[in-house]
Design a protein around this ligand. Sequence first.
Ligand code: IMP
Length: 446
Amino acid sequence: MPVLVVVGAQWGDEGKGKIIDLLTERVDIVARYQGGHNAGHTVVVGMEEFILHLIPSGVLHKGKQCIIGNGVVIDPAALIEEMDGLASRGIAIDENLLISRNAHLIMPYHKAIDVANEKLRGNKKIGTTGRGIGPAYADKISRRGIRMEDLLEPDIFRDRLATNIGEANFILERFYNAPVVNQDQVFEEYMSYAQRLKKYVTDTTLFINQAIAKKKKVLAEGAQGTHLDVDHGTYPFVTSSSPTAGGACTGLGIGPNTITEVMGIVKAYTTRVGSGPFPTEQENAMGELLRSRGREFGATTGRPRRCGWVDTLIIRHAVRVNGFTSVAITKLDVLDTLDELKICVGYEYKGKLYEEMPSDLSVLERCTPRYITMPGWKQTTIGIRKYGDLPKKARAYIEKVCRLSGVKPAIISTGARRDETIIMEQPFKKAVKTPAPRGKKTSAGR
Ligand code: IMP
């Protein structure tokens, strides 16, 4: 009954989409547990590129059950647009998608408040995707959110909408000096979304737990990344959900003991979109080279991503808070042309050396990274499928990063396509054994 959780180890955009797509072959269910359409998971199938925002990346495989869990926030218009876009490219969305009754809705006023709030913050802005994610989660935590199940009950929906929109419009108009949202229009719009989405809405927690009891394999798909986690990230420059592995339990309604593996996705260098500290950022020709070779532009907003060297302190922090059992290293080929590579092994600030990631934002913002330098391999790694076929210096780089971060590579990605991958260890090897009958000696567990 294994559940494998896939989590980004950095600030998102690590290339989770490709790895999840690859792992989907081995599972029965792929379930998103947090975030919303702020995510953008890019998957290349043959010559075609797909960018998925809300629908689990598993949808590109026939016969796999996709679930949008209770921890996700859903903009129904965005979801329908994504469903239609996939359908027009021959990817059917039917019984293969289930949506949690308890997932919260992103409402038009959430988006309006998100945008207005960023504008007001000026140069202190978070750099959100402007999708209404933060305000939707704020309503959820304030216990006034509107959930998918409310959408299916017009009277309840009308009532909740009336209460919330009054307050939202007051804030929009009086505090932000921004246009208000029309209640009747929102009601009509959302009722039409209800008609379209109602057949997918169900108790996904029950479904997933029943599937686990039947020994089905589940991949819990994290969006964003560890350092955008509202608890464990570089707060307040984070998203409003819990991308870390624990979020899979609350965001799907599964017990921690169902999780058998946690795979961290680590990009061979580091990127970040939006504001916030990024010690190894390269605001120079090197950063530009990484951006252009890695095509580092946001899959959701198109914004150029900030780029820099790999940072073993942030990976180690991710190992700690997620309990990675293995990692996938992505986009190694982006580094193919470099003469030398730097690996961050510490931060120096006010005469002190930090060898573990400090939670103090001012240290992260002002520290000087301490690097070691490795020679570049200066040859292409694109499409290499065996670890032994990688240039010796590329292997030395991977091994150094992994050793310093305390992780074990299971997968190395050497290109965007499915087959451009080195598989070093098959996931799901450590399946939980069925407990032996009472009275017998057992070694059940991980
Ligand atoms: P929000 O999630 O739109 O509220 O944005 C909060 C922060 O998370 C901003 O810095 C965004 O750029 C960042 N962010 C949100 N989603 C993603 C993602 O999928 N990849 C990378 N960064 C993201």
